[in-house]
Write a protein that binds this ligand. Structure first.
Ligand SMILES: [Zn+2]
Length: 373
């Protein structure tokens, strides 16, 4: 069963050959929501408290012009260190002027007051801090963003995806309605004792107070809108079984997941143009669409807009490639499905309240160049 003998022996049958087709072959064209989110944060890639700069925020001007031209909506999950600098806030406000944008909250615990904890790798994960300290930092971030932008943020993403059950009560008490920290199929346990989101749904679901955030809790106070993560092969309904096969103890000993990835049989992929090729992003997307997902979320970090700040972007040409990858992805996606674009809170309304039910705060807009059914 090892994929080293070739895809033909792979236990998942012949569907999904990893090739990106020009037209989605999964049946009638269907609609999908596209959310583009940017972790809008300081230049310092490694957790730091001193020497903080936010020069990359100047690049948001170029980004917002570019994304406006593509017709996509943008959610800026913004950190405390950005929100305390008036010139950076001005740039984000300017980017928000035309509509189609949202300012969410992004908590980097290591430099969001109160700074009561030691600056240690494990403490960079919000979930590893005492519940009272999580709440205190979240309150500080929320009031700072409210003062800076004039309205309280209602959407949240934890820095380093460091969310777990104890974070949910803090979010609920600070008025948040949406979280977007869950990366399905991905475990961060080996990264400074982060969370595991293996088993989490790909579609939006409710999360509960002090309940496992990977398990839907009907009636829970927040809607989780996960990032888009999964495999570059097979429809998403099969990804759980694939994940189990690749990560079962004998597979781990054989490093099967790595072998499968190198052989391009099936690669665990997060929908981000920073680290992934357009081909892999579209292959992931195809499987997700065939499995029936209702939203896709493309994400990246604002420091990637400036060369030399993140591990993936070293030169100006890398930045240009990042921009081009976003456009190529949007173009490829619009050939697979009828795409509507939404900020994270617009997506909350569209995904949760559905067709005409409940509140309608903002209508997701058709993407530029999107072809209707
Ligand atoms: Zn971050």
């Amino acid at each position: 069963m090892a994929p080293s003998s070739g895809p033909d022996s792979w236990p998942f049958g012949g569907e999904g050959d990893g090739q990106v087709t020009a037209q989605w072959a999964g049946g009638p064209r269907r609609e999908v929501l596209l959310i583009v989110s940017v972790d809008t944060e300081e230049d310092n890639w490694r957790p730091a408290r001193d020497g903080i700069t936010v020069e990359n925020i100047r690049e948001v001007r170029r980004l917002s012009r570019y994304l406006d031209r593509l017709g996509v909506a943008t959610t800026y999950f913004t950190t405390y260190q950005v929100a305390i600098r008036p010139w950076a806030v001005d740039i984000l406000r300017e980017a928000s002027e035309g509509g189609g944008t949202e300012i969410g909250a992004h908590l980097h615990p290591w430099n969001t007051p109160p700074l009561e904890e030691a600056l240690l790798p494990r403490n960079s994960m919000m979930k590893n801090l005492p519940a009272e300290l999580q709440l205190a930092k979240l309150r500080r971030l929320t009031t700072t963003l409210t003062d800076a932008f004039g309205t309280p943020p209602t959407a949240f993403r934890a820095g380093r995806f460091g969310l777990d059950r104890d974070t949910v009560p803090a979010l609920a008490s600070c008025g948040y309605q949406v979280d977007s920290s869950v990366t399905p199929f991905v475990s961060w346990e080996a990264t400074d004792d982060g969370p595991s989101f293996v088993g989490a749904p790909l579609d939006a679901y409710r999360i509960g107070v002090r309940r496992d955030v990977t398990i839907p809790q009907p009636g829970g106070p927040l809607l989780e809108i996960p990032l888009t993560c999964g495999y570059t092969r097979f429809r998403s309904a099969r990804w759980r079984t694939l994940h189990q096969v690749l990560h079962a103890p004998p597979s781990r000993a054989l490093h099967l997941a790595g072998v499968a990835s190198r052989l391009r049989v099936a690669k665990l992929t997060i929908l981000t143009p920073e680290a992934e090729s357009v081909r892999d992003m579209l292959a992931l997307t195809r499987g997700a669409l065939e499995g029936g997902v209702r939203h896709l979320q493309l994400f990246f970090h604002s420091p990637s807009l400036q060369p030399g700040l993140t591990p993936w972007i070293t030169t100006a040409a890398d930045v240009d490639r990042l921009y081009a990858a976003i456009a190529r992805y949007v173009d490829g996606l619009s050939k697979m499905a009828s795409v509507r674009c939404a900020t994270i809170s617009e997506a909350r309304v569209a995904l949760w309240f559905g067709e005409g039910k409940g509140e309608r705060e903002g209508e997701p807009r058709a993407i530029a160049g999107s072809r209707g059914p």
